[in-house]
Design a protein around this ligand. Structure first.
Ligand code: ARG
Length: 480
């Protein structure tokens, strides 16, 4: 049964209304953030002489012990309306009236905005570290197995020969953009909301700069009326997550397809292949299907947040409490999927022969042959048509392009010669592409190097973000 202290006002509330309006079941997950925020606020109040140091020190002792119990997992919160009131009730049980000093110059409106920002900051930096690892792993594999060749696809039809290194770098390039998106999320989140009160500020002589410094934010939010109703940082995180999971979902689809007997490009190790309860022969790619499936949840969370925010009037509105479910799911979902994709890809074997055979038996080098002809001075459109005719003749003769003879080719266009036909060699097709951003070995080496640098920068950026644990150890003994 939820209780309600008179601290939150309206003591006559029906129990059903209280149960309906409570957010404790969700926001109890913000307990550590809430305690760290309270420690910083208390320190500021003491330094400004708003709360006597002796009282501040007693309150701090209790907050510190709550944080330690929360970390150890042994803390039972009183059944209050939300995590903020639960902490206050706990403090009040222990310290009586003194506990009431902590909420001076603070509202739950700026308090919850702080807790959410601390949460997003921690989750986004954790995901950033995981993205760094994923990009690094893909770039490293692009070095070791990058020379293997396979078809690339457009319209899910075989298109052009590419190297495996190029394919792995393509995936990593999308994740590198997700790194940038998360860094944007971190910069949007990096403003202290605390100190603006319920909506209009406070007449007490607080100093938000002190709190800002203690909590490791680089700036203050500009305007309190905006601050208490602002969940843009949450939207940005939900969007970055949804977009990142679109990427993980696309890689997962490639894995699902590539592991079919129709493609046969990869084999799932027994460590990740799931069985069927009925068909004994099955080795299913459930892990990748689930990675793809989780994208729907991320899109749903983003949509849910957008709809919650749509049409709200200025200032604080209780609707905002509905941000909790989608937002608190976002970070763990992102981190879970990133971790599982890295693990899944690490337990996949690429089958060099099957990938090569898909090229050898097909016509994916046709563009290269046309380009070789164009290099001889034949206008590209003419060369394109000649190779088109050549391919159709080979198809009628049931021969792959790799088996083309000079005689057959010259019957189509006199400019074909032995040198032009060398372009039908699958490996040469890959090697000839020297353009930046192409599949040629030197271009892929440059891509790998760039991605590796990117991964290092992402890891460093993640490590620079203050952690809750770090803030707590500083705050528990900061001068009052
Ligand atoms: N539980 C509320 C939330 O999460 C805290 C803020 C409540 N503010 C208020 N004015 N009732 O949004």
């Amino acid at each position: 049964m939820l209780a309600k202290t008179d601290a939150a006002g309206a003591t006559g509330l029906l129990p059903e209304v209280l149960a309906f309006s409570s957010s404790l079941s969700l926001d109890s997950r913000l307990l550590r953030e809430d305690l760290v925020g309270s420690l910083a606020h208390l320190t500021m109040l003491a330094r400004r002489g708003i709360v006597p140091k002796a009282d501040a020190s007693r309150i701090r002792e209790h907050l510190v012990s709550l944080f330690e119990q929360a970390v150890a997992g042994g803390l039972e919160l009183p059944a209050e309306e939300d995590v903020h009131m639960a902490v206050e009730a706990h403090l009040t049980q222990a310290l009586g009236e003194t506990a009431g000093l902590l909420h001076t110059a603070r509202s739950r409106n700026d308090q919850v905005a702080l807790d959410l920002r601390l949460h997003v900051r921690a989750q986004a930096s954790r995901a950033l570290g995981q993205l760094a690892e994923l990009v690094e792993a893909l770039a490293t594999r692009a070095e070791t197995e990058g020379h293997l060749v396979l078809p690339s696809y457009t319209h899910r039809q075989r298109a052009q020969p590419v190297s495996l290194g190029y394919t792995l770098c393509a995936w990593a390039a999308a994740f590198a953009r997700d790194v940038e998106a998360l860094r944007f999320v971190l910069s949007q989140t990096d403003a202290l909301p605390l100190g603006v009160g319920a909506v209009g500020g406070t007449s007490l002589p607080i100093d938000r700069e002190v709190t800002r410094e203690l909590l490791g934010f680089s700036r203050l939010t500009l305007n309190g009326m905006d601050t208490v109703g602002d969940r843009d940082f949450a939207l940005d995180f939900a969007y970055a997550t949804a977009r990142c999971l679109l990427h993980t979902g696309r890689v997962a689809t490639d894995m699902v397809d590539f592991s079919t007997s129709e493609f046969g490009f990869v084999t799932l190790e027994g460590t990740i292949a799931c069985g069927s309860s009925m068909m004994p022969q099955k080795r299913n790619p459930d892990v990748f299907e689930l990675i793809r499936g989780k994208t729907g949840r991320a899109v749903g969370n983003l949509t849910g947040l957008l709809v919650t925010l749509k049409g709200l009037p200025g200032g604080y509105n209780r609707d905002l409490q509905e941000d909790r479910q989608p937002l608190l799911e976002t970070g763990p979902l992102l981190c879970d999927v990133l971790g599982m994709l890295k693990l899944g890809l690490g337990n996949v074997r690429f089958n060099a022969e099957r990938m090569h055979a898909a090229l050898e038996g097909d016509y994916t080098q046709a563009t290269d042959v046309a380009e070789a002809l164009a290099m001889k001075g034949v206008p590209f459109r003419t060369a394109y048509k000649a190779v088109g005719t050549l391919v159709r003749r080979l198809q009628e003769a049931r021969l792959p392009l790799a088996k083309v003879t000079l005689e057959l080719a010259q019957g189509v266009h006199p400019a074909f010669d032995a040198e032009v036909l060398k372009a039908a060699d699958v490996r040469r097709s890959v090697e000839r592409k020297a353009n930046a951003g192409g599949t040629g070995p030197s271009s892929v080496a440059a891509q790998v190097a760039q991605l590796k640098r990117f991964a290092v920068e992402a890891r460093d950026a993640a490590q620079r973000v203050p952690t809750l644990e770090g803030l707590f150890s500083k705050l528990k003994e900061a001068p009052l």
